[in-house]
Design a protein around this ligand. Structure first.
Ligand code: PMP
Length: 422
């Protein structure tokens, strides 16, 4: 079972899930270390996930045997590097089921991808009095660029509110959509709450009004099977470092007809067709959006991470992760004094919580002493904290290499936190 929008709520008992977590853990060298004398319990996957040995090896191979600049060289190494880099693009295309690999633009991560759309699409097509719709659960990466655009153009940001469970109020979305709306930009999965948003439905409603939709897939690409054609979103941005690849890798997908109409993002080498001092003409897709030397090793690493994900049983991985989140939610929420922030019916990977009378940073520090890595803070989603009237939360976020025993360790450590502060 895959946590697509249709099936995420159907639960599969763990006994039916074929997932050898101990075997999978062996693929990730970082997991076998100790921290503060305790086995590392890595529960900060929503920030950055760990990298399997095969991805590390692929990066080393590039550096040892292929390192050179892409596209420009006729020599052997440059051709090998180019083949590997463009091969990674084709892997990305298949991974998200884009029609054409030229629709997959390599960027440093989701933030850069969203900024690319803001500059390329927003600055060209959004004008005074226009509106952009986002939601109350966005990461700052999907707020600030739109705010900057609105400031520059005299446009307005409209925000879909969320309910107490952390779900979008879709009736309010309908009320916000109008003929001035130029773009909807929405998280596929909230990094602060774990809510899985019904992006397909959101897209369908926007398209009825002729409005394009950007999905921020930073949290969905690693935790769901994503099909951009099925979602029918116009843009989809994600980061490699959250999906078992190195930092500096990432993708923004865009429908070809939109990308072709857009302005370039940055100017420089590789994005041009011809340059004179009078006028520059631009390269075709995807080069038009990839000025300068890209993060070649990282993007090749992203391709290797996709190979890795294809080599494991992805459907079972997603089902396992879903069951682990259910187990963790039950276990952690039963501890007296703990409140879960984000209780949507459809969730993935993320468990945000607070402990009565204890600041989340203190929780994070004590858990670290136990070898447990969680995030404590506002998770770059300050409006979510304001909505739930908390200064910050502690956040455990899971991947398919986490175990029930790790959840038990987390629960014991939270009990210890409560003891220390009582
Ligand atoms: N959107 C969401 C939902 C995220 O979780 C993150 C990373 N926390 C981002 C955007 C930004 O990703 P990056 O920092 O990799 O660009």
């Amino acid at each position: 079972m895959i946590a697509t929008e249709k099936t995420v709520e159907q639960e599969q008992p763990i006994s039916n899930i074929e997932w050898d977590v101990e075997r999978v853990r062996e693929d990730f060298p970082v997991l076998s270390q100790t921290v503060n004398g305790k086995p590392l319990v890595y529960l900060d996957n929503a920030a950055s996930s760990q990298v399997p040995q095969v991805v590390i090896d692929r990066g080393s191979k590039y550096l040892q045997e292929e390192h050179s600049n892409i596209h420009r060289g006729v020599h052997y190494l440059s051709q090998r590097a180019t083949t590997a880099y463009e091969g990674a693009r084709e892997k990305v295309r298949r991974f998200i089921n884009a029609r054409d690999s030229r629709e997959c633009i390599f960027v440093r991560g989701a933030t850069e991808g969203i900024n690319l759309v803001m500059h390329g699409y927003g600055r060209k097509f959004v004008g005074e009095g226009d509106e952009i719709i986002i939601s109350a659960m966005e990461h700052h990466a999907n707020i600030v660029p739109w705010q900057m655009l609105c400031e520059e153009k005299g446009a307005h940001l409209r925000v879909i509110p969320i309910n107490d469970a952390g779900e979008l109020i879709l009736d309010e979305y309908d009320a916000l959509l109008n003929e001035r709306t130029k773009l909807v930009a929405i998280a596929h999965i909230s990094n602060a709450l774990g809510t899985v948003n019904p992006v397909k439905e959101i897209v369908a409603r926007a398209h009825k009004m002729g409005v394009p939709v950007l999905a921020d897939g930073a949290q969905s690409a690693p935790h769901m099977v994503v099909d951009v054609q099925d979602l029918d979103c116009d843009f989809f941005a994600f980061s490699g470092h959250k999906m078992f690849a190195p930092t500096g890798s990432g993708v923004v997908y865009g429908k070809r007809e939109l990308l072709e109409k857009m302005n370039p993002f940055q100017g420089g080498g590789d994005m041009i067709r011809t340059v004179t001092f009078e006028k520059t003409t631009y390269a075709g897709l995807p080069n038009k959006f990839e000025a300068g030397t890209p993060a070649i090793a990282s993007q090749i690493g992203l391709g290797a991470a996709i190979d890795y994900l294809n080599s494991i049983n992805r459907e079972q991985a997603v089902a396992y992760e879903h069951e682990l989140l259910r187990y963790a939610t039950e276990k952690i929420s039963s501890i007296e004094g703990v409140r879960i922030i984000g209780t949507a019916r459809e969730k993935a990977s993320v468990l945000s919580f607070i402990v009565e009378d204890v600041h989340p940073h203190d929780i994070g520090t004590i858990l670290d002493q136990e070898g447990i890595a969680v995030r404590a803070g506002h998770h770059c989603a300050q409006p979510v904290m304001q909505r739930f009237q908390v200064p910050a939360t502690a956040r455990a976020s899971f991947a398919f290499y986490n175990t029930r025993e790790e959840v038990d360790t987390l629960a014991r450590a939270i009990e210890k936190v409560i003891e220390v502060f009582s």
